[in-house]
Design a protein around this ligand. Structure first.
Ligand code: AVJ
Length: 330
């Protein structure tokens, strides 16, 4: 199967980028939305980040799935056939473990990765269909933060939605709650959500994960300026901005900033806008929320899910929660 659901070429239209950049750079604390990271170069840099020794996130979650995938899949299925949906699938690398466990139980597994990047979806489809026989990939190009409509299932099927990789950590608590509620609304009682969240840990561990000595994360952060230069014709001098990672304990999040090394003015002709920076002024480019044990389960409960099980690594750095959609009340 090699069909991509018909859709516009990109969901990040120039006007969407323009209005987000305009709003962000006119704020008192300048900000840029973290979804801007993921152009082709940025997606490649993120793939590289997942392999650097200091970035424990991907490796820790993968280790949990390596041990527990068969249990997770069995628990979600409850004897029925699973249809697996993944939000923000990207390269879907860790998903192989779950799909592998699912095809052990049923001959054919439908897998619907949802992502804004058609390229990432095609790559994931080609890799999965050759690596995991029995998996049928039905990719869907969509922005799951905007609309989340899932295909209806057969009575004998049960959905398992994957939202792994700590992607939810990019959202403010209120947005994260709203997103979980939208996921719940797209499901029927009995369907499951597998949520991967990064947990609070030693500050030094988190700081080096978001400011690696090889400078890959710095390049990932600066790539946002490269993208604005290309797509909005801006004239950011990328060497005039430093990468900075900070742990914001009060908000329980890692933050990434780009620090202006000098007083400077940037011109964005695409937006007909000039932006002034004083020395050391920052652009806040990302939040990556870290949760306390039990916190993800609370959020899931509020959104209408019951957490059936939580798996962590032995250091307690990352948690994977399996939550079931409850009967709707009221
Ligand atoms: C893809 C959002 C999970 O927050 O850890 C990696 C992105 N930012 N290094 C994360 C990221 C800096 C990543 N997520």
């Amino acid at each position: 199967m090699t069909t991509i659901t018909a859709s516009p070429a990109s969901f990040q239209t120039p006007s969407k980028i323009g209005s987000a950049v305009c709003e962000g750079l006119l704020s008192r604390q300048k900000t840029l939305p973290s979804w801007l990271f993921y152009d082709t170069a940025g997606s490649r840099l993120f793939e590289q980040i997942t392999r650097i020794p200091e970035y424990y996130v991907t490796r820790t979650e993968r280790a949990i799935l390596e041990v527990h995938a068969p249990k997770i899949v069995a628990r979600a299925a409850e004897g029925q056939a699973l249809r697996v949906i993944e939000l923000g699938a990207g390269s879907a690398e860790k998903t192989t473990l779950l799909l592998g466990a699912a095809v052990e139980r049923q001959d054919t597994v439908f897998y619907e990765p949802v992502d804004v990047s058609a390229m990432a979806l095609i790559e994931a489809q080609m890799r999965l269909e050759s690596q995991v026989p029995g998996v049928l990939v039905c990719p869907r190009v969509a922005d799951y933060t905007k609309n989340l409509e899932l295909d209806s299932t057969l009575p004998s099927e049960r959905r398992l939605v994957l939202y792994i990789g700590s992607s939810i950590g990019n959202f403010e608590p209120a947005e994260a709650n709203a997103l979980l509620k939208r996921v719940r609304a797209a499901l029927v009682p009995g369907d499951c959500l597998l949520l991967g969240v990064d947990l609070v840990k030693d500050e030094r561990v988190m700081l080096s994960a978001y400011d690696d000595p090889a400078g890959v994360t710095a390049a990932f952060n600066r790539n946002i300026l490269v993208r604005l230069n290309r797509e909005l014709d801006a004239d950011f001098d990328t060497r005039a901005f430093d990468h900075r990672a900070v742990w914001n304990a009060a908000e329980s999040r890692m933050e990434m900033h780009l620090v202006s090394l000098a007083r400077q003015t940037v011109w964005l002709p695409g937006l007909d806008m000039r932006v002034n920076f004083v020395e050391r002024e920052t652009i806040h480019t990302e939040n990556s929320y870290k949760y306390r044990p039990g916190q993800a389960e609370e959020m899931l409960q509020v959104a209408g899910f019951t957490t059936e099980a939580t798996w962590t690594d032995e250091r307690g750095w990352f948690a994977v929660c399996l939550a079931r959609a409850e009967e709707a009340t009221g």
